[in-house]
Write a protein of this length. Structure first.
Length: 104
């Protein structure tokens, strides 16, 4: 994630492009294998908001709420919601596998 700071700080790249990079590179890494890992949601939210604040070029000292930053960037779900959705999707997949493996 630190290697992407040059992209987050670059003023010639649009915020929309930065959000796409965030969604494809950062979220995919954070959500990878989230179906079977025990993840502390505070850590994920911290990483997420750190990236989003870099994209917005604001710091915690600016006292801008996380919800306002997400709304300004057009992000509707936080990382924890995305991970929970993936876990539920994975659980549904595993439940359906039981039916295929049972002898008929």
């Amino acid at each position: 994630m630190r290697r992407l700071v040059k992209i987050w700080k670059n003023t010639t790249i649009s915020k929309a492009a930065k959000v796409k990079v965030y969604e494809t590179m950062v979220l995919s890494i954070l959500c990878y294998n989230s179906g079977d890992l025990d993840i502390d949601s505070r850590d994920e939210r911290t990483v997420e908001m750190c990236c989003l604040r870099w994209i917005m070029d604001v710091s915690r000292r600016d006292h801008i709420k996380n919800e306002d930053i997400r709304a300004h960037l057009g992000i509707t779900e936080d990382i924890v919601e995305r991970i929970q959705e993936r876990r539920l999707r994975y659980f549904g997949h595993v439940v359906r596998m039981d039916n295929r493996l049972s002898p008929t």
